[in-house]
Design a binder for this molecule. Structure first.
Ligand code: NAD
Ligand code: MG
Length: 387
């Protein structure tokens, strides 16, 4: 494998730091040429000193002077502001852009990376939830690869290597999150601290809340539809609390392929960076005898309404998934600030979808406009609920 130059957008987050772990352990295979962060200025500076990238972007302009001065003795270029992310995504000499930004802020950088002909290791699922049709169309047009980082989608992707056969259906596995088995009455009382305790994965705050509400699995159903060009009916969700089987493809002869292993995001991150190769690492191997029971359940979509909302949005098409995604970012933020209850999140999502009418054939500008409108509507609904 030739040495690859990687741009990590969102290098200070959960995925970003784990990607740097992978890069650190293969210094002759990868170099981190671009690092970006929104606010975590000290960590970003530390990363820049260790990895010596060519470009560092700190989005929040307030921190720009600190980064400039900390790196003034190096050759590293420092940029600031949202527009700088565009330059980061298209940076000359980069082979793969790892998009590990959280939320819809990831959409434009994905599109810029595609237009500059770079392959994308995509962790930012919101890119595909917002504008999957547009993004996959561009990826085909510019002939770039979208390499999934999300563990379930990496699993499907790995099961499809060497296959030219039609998929009958896929099963996305879900851990069920910290509230698996709870009733609506239980959920009415759950706190932010409880929701932030995921049983199997340590992740950023937004995806952890999404996992507790099963919205994460809803977003992943949408992500899978676009990545693998499936019908909605071909994407199924099965709860598998141990998170050992990362997902399953079923073919037309009834044969199923699953990808499995210990739950460690560095595995799918590494695969996206090394594809089609695999590199030997020292991550913990799964031991069957230590975990002899792998179990499966049906997801409870009556209690966890967000998963149903995501399926409905995907079936209806048009702007529905974009609206759902934007409103979800607002409700999760409000829940994290104790401004909205756990169940209130689904209520605001449903009402936002009702208040914004559907539209088809959307351009990038249309998606961005619906994203902004949905945020305003959701914020307004939260304000009304609090009064
Ligand atoms: P995180 O909150 O830990 O990190 C987010 C990163 O994005 C940080 O570096 C932050 O500085 C940057 N960022 C935040 N807002 C930004 C903005 N407006 N503009 C530019 N940069 C911004 O999040 P995470 O858990 O690493 O998740 C990142 C993405 O990967 C999400 O889309 C998530 O759904 C997906 N993902 C994460 C995991 C996981 O294990 N953490 C697993 C699967 C998928
Ligand atoms: Mg996932």
């Amino acid at each position: 494998m030739e040495k690859k130059s990687i741009a990590i957008l969102g290098s200070t987050g959960s995925i970003g730091t784990q990607a740097l772990d992978v890069i650190r352990s293969f210094p002759d295979k990868f170099e981190a040429s671009v690092l970006t962060a929104s606010n975590s200025v000290d960590l970003l500076i530390q990363q820049a000193i260790e990895f010596e990238p060519k470009l560092v972007v700190i989005i929040n302009e307030e921190h720009s002077a600190k980064v400039q001065s900390a790196l003034s003795h190096t050759d590293c270029k420092v940029l600031t502001g949202e527009e700088a992310l565009i330059e980061a995504a298209a940076f000359i000499g980069v082979d793969i852009v790892l998009n590990a930004i959280v939320g819809s802020a990831g959409l434009r950088p994905t599109i810029e990376a595609i237009k500059s002909g770079k392959d994308i290791a995509l962790a930012n699922k919101e890119t595909l939830v917002m504008a999957g049709e547009l993004v996959m169309g561009l990826a085909r047009e510019y002939d770039v690869k979208i390499l999934p980082v999300d563990s379930e989608h990496s699993a499907i992707f790995q099961c499809l290597v060497g296959e030219e056969n039609k998929i009958e259906k896929i099963y996305l596995t879900a851990s069920g999150g910290p509230f698996r088995g709870k009733t609506t009455t239980d959920l009415a009382k759950v706190t932010r601290e409880q929701a932030l305790k995921h049983p199997n994965w340590a992740m950023g705050a937004k995806i952890t809340i999404d996992s507790a509400s099963l919205m994460n699995k809803g977003l992943e159903v949408i992500e899978a539809k676009w990545l693998f060009d499936l019908e909605v009916s071909e994407v199924d969700v099965i709860v598998h609390p141990q998170s050992i089987i990362h997902s399953i493809v079923q073919f037309e002869d009834g044969s199923m392929k699953a990808q499995m292993g210990a739950p460690d995001m560095r595995v799918p991150i590494q695969y996206a960076l090394t594809y089609p190769n695999r590199l030997k690492n020292d991550f913990t191997r799964f031991n069957f005898l230590e975990h002899p029971a792998l179990t499966f359940e049906r997801p409870d979509i009556d209690t966890f309404r967000n998963l149903g909302l995501a399926y409905d949005a995907l079936k209806q098409g048009g702007n529905r998934c974009c609206v759902l995604n934007a409103a979800n970012e607002i409700v999760v933020d409000a829940f994290l600030k104790d401004e909205l209850s756990f169940l209130g999140m689904s209520t605001v999502l449903e009402e936002t979808l009702c208040q914004i009418s559907n539209r088809e054939s959307l351009s990038l500008e249309d998606y961005i406009a619906f994203d902004e409108e949905s945020r305003l509507v959701a914020r307004d609904l939260i304000r009304k609920l609090r009064n």
